[in-house]
Design a protein. Structure first.
Length: 108
């Protein structure tokens, strides 16, 4: 199988490692602390898995809209390594997504 067309960078690998970690934690929580459905502000019964799915969808949409409207412009460069580490405006979308995930897990 040829995977040369894929953009396997350390950021891509980190994304999939974190996603697998979140799914593992959610599975362990479901095993050791069974969940009950609750009704939040959407007025539909949701479980932890439902809220995770909603927050991942929202994060994807936030990032797509952010890149469309704002682009992927560098904000600053941190002096890490030989070339430095470029901090782009997408990190702001990531922080917004994390904040929204906290809101979703708390009130949805």
């Amino acid at each position: 199988m040829e995977t040369a067309w894929m953009a396997w960078t350390w950021q891509t690998g980190l994304f999939f490692i974190l996603l697998a970690s979140v799914l593992t934690v959610m599975t362990l929580l479901a095993i050791f602390k069974p969940e009950t459905e609750r009704v939040g502000c959407l007025r539909i019964p949701t479980t932890r898995g439902d809220r995770l799915f909603i927050s991942l969808l929202c994060a994807a949409f936030i990032h797509i809209v952010w890149i469309y409207l704002m682009g992927n412009n560098p904000i600053t460069t941190l002096p890490i390594g030989e070339e430095g580490f470029e901090v782009t405006s997408v990190w702001i979308a990531t922080l917004i997504s994390l904040g929204l995930a906290g809101v979703i897990f708390r009130w949805v």
